[in-house]
Design a protein around this ligand. Structure first.
Ligand code: SF4
Length: 395
């Protein structure tokens, strides 16, 4: 029997899909690369914006026409089950049915992703994820450590901790993210941890301990902290409990403790109430924080959320803002990458791509080298760059 899968959305959703697929592989299914050759098809869905939701439904329709057994996992069956009522016989698996305790580590990629919590403790007025995933439920430290040890024993070098908000980890079970990281750092072996998205409101409460934990050689200096808007009035309307200044304070602490890091962020443009002034505040925060990665999304109203009922910004205006921010970000990342030309660095090769081998520096910056081997370290000289990656030469 053969299994085929597709997965969409955030790293948490992708990780849960992998765990689910691994169950089938462990019970004897072969992984195949085309739905035509499969007996079972799993699709890990995302509904973060309307466009993605539409794409999910049309993809399910496509797969459904192949007359195979289909399992729809991820956020669609939890947040928008009504969209699936015409697909008779399709099995649903919602995020709330996922529990780390019941699954074995997947081995579908060179890295292993470990979900550390389900749900979140936020109350963003625009976000559908909470409807799909519910309140924060952290997995036990012992369980996560057991998973890390298992991955290290199998020779995995990159371990990704993931959750809707990793900075909220432990609040419901009397611990926190820095404590978890300190315990992981004590595990013997050659591995590096990439910590997933951290919301600013929870990050600011743990920032000093977090920075200490990140000083470990075993933790990539990769910080994904979405600021969403640089304007406090818009942040309030979004239901986000921090100010633009709080975000900049976090970035300041990162900058003053690490010379070399990746700052990734997410921004929503065109949230109801946004105008040229509030957009310019976002531009200013981007200029001051200089993110290496900036995921820019045009606001998309989602049924079931509070913001759905607010008056939207004209789409042509939001499109123009998105374009301006994209251009600005290109300049920022070119500047950030150009500074590294001529530097010598150690990289861990994690992937083979079309352009060559992709390695990660300790600051998780992507470096392409011509040849190498996955899971090996190389000492490289940075010779050139694009806005998206560095180009290195093995020494
Ligand atoms: S939690 Fe949000 S981003 Fe992740 S899959 Fe669900 S809708 Fe998409």
């Amino acid at each position: 029997m053969n299994i085929y899968y597709e997965r969409y959305g955030c790293t948490l959703n992708q990780a849960e899909t992998e765990y689910f697929v691994q169950e089938f592989i462990d019970s004897g299914y072969n992984l195949v690369e085309s739905p035509e050759n499969a007996d079972i098809i799993i699709i890990g869905t995302c509904v973060v914006i309307k466009h993605t939701e539409n794409h999910m439904v049309s993809r399910i329709r496509d797969l459904y026409s192949k007359n195979k057994k289909i399992i729809v996992a991820g956020c669609l069956p939890a947040a928008r089950p009504e969209l699936l009522k015409d697909f008779h016989g399709v099995e649903l698996f919602t995020p709330r049915q996922f529990n780390l305790d019941n699954f074995k580590n997947p081995c579908l990629e060179n890295y292993v992703s470990i979900p550390i919590a389900q749900g979140c403790n936020g109350h963003c007025t625009y976000c559908i994820s909470k409807i799909a995933r519910g309140a924060l439920k952290s997995y036990k430290e012992e369980k996560i450590i057991e998973k890390v040890k298992d991955a290290v024993k199998k020779g995995v070098k990159e371990i990704r901790l993931t959750a809707l908000d990793t900075a909220a980890y432990g609040r419901d079970i009397n611990t926190d993210l820095p404590s978890l990281l300190n315990k992981i750092e004590e595990i013997e072996g050659d591995f590096k941890v990439r910590v997933g998205m951290m919301e600013p409101s929870n990050t600011i409460e743990i920032i000093d301990d977090l920075i200490q934990s990140f000083k470990s050689k075993k933790i990539f200096k990769f910080l994904h902290i979405p600021f969403q808007s640089g304007d406090d009035k818009i942040l309030k309307a979004m239901g986000r409990d921090y100010s633009a200044f709080d975000f900049l304070k976090i970035v300041e602490k990162i900058k003053s403790n690490f010379d070399h890091y990746t700052l990734s962020t997410d921004v929503i443009v065109g949230f109801p109430g946004e105008d040229e002034d509030t957009f310019n505040s976002t531009v200013n925060v981007a200029l001051r924080s200089e993110p290496d990665i900036m995921n820019i999304t045009r606001y998309s109203p989602r049924e079931g959320t509070l913001a759905f009922y607010l008056k939207p910004v004209k789409s042509a205006i939001a499109k123009e803002w998105s374009k301006r921010l994209t251009e600005l970000h290109r300049e920022i990342s070119e500047k950030r990458n150009s500074i590294l030309v001529g530097k010598f660095m150690d990289i861990l090769v994690t992937e083979k791509g079309k352009l060559g081998y992709l390695g990660r520096t300790e600051g998780y910056r992507p470096v392409i080298i011509e040849n190498g081997e996955i899971n090996n370290y190389y000492y490289v000289k940075i010779e050139s760059y694009t806005p998206y990656y560095l180009i290195g030469k093995r020494m």
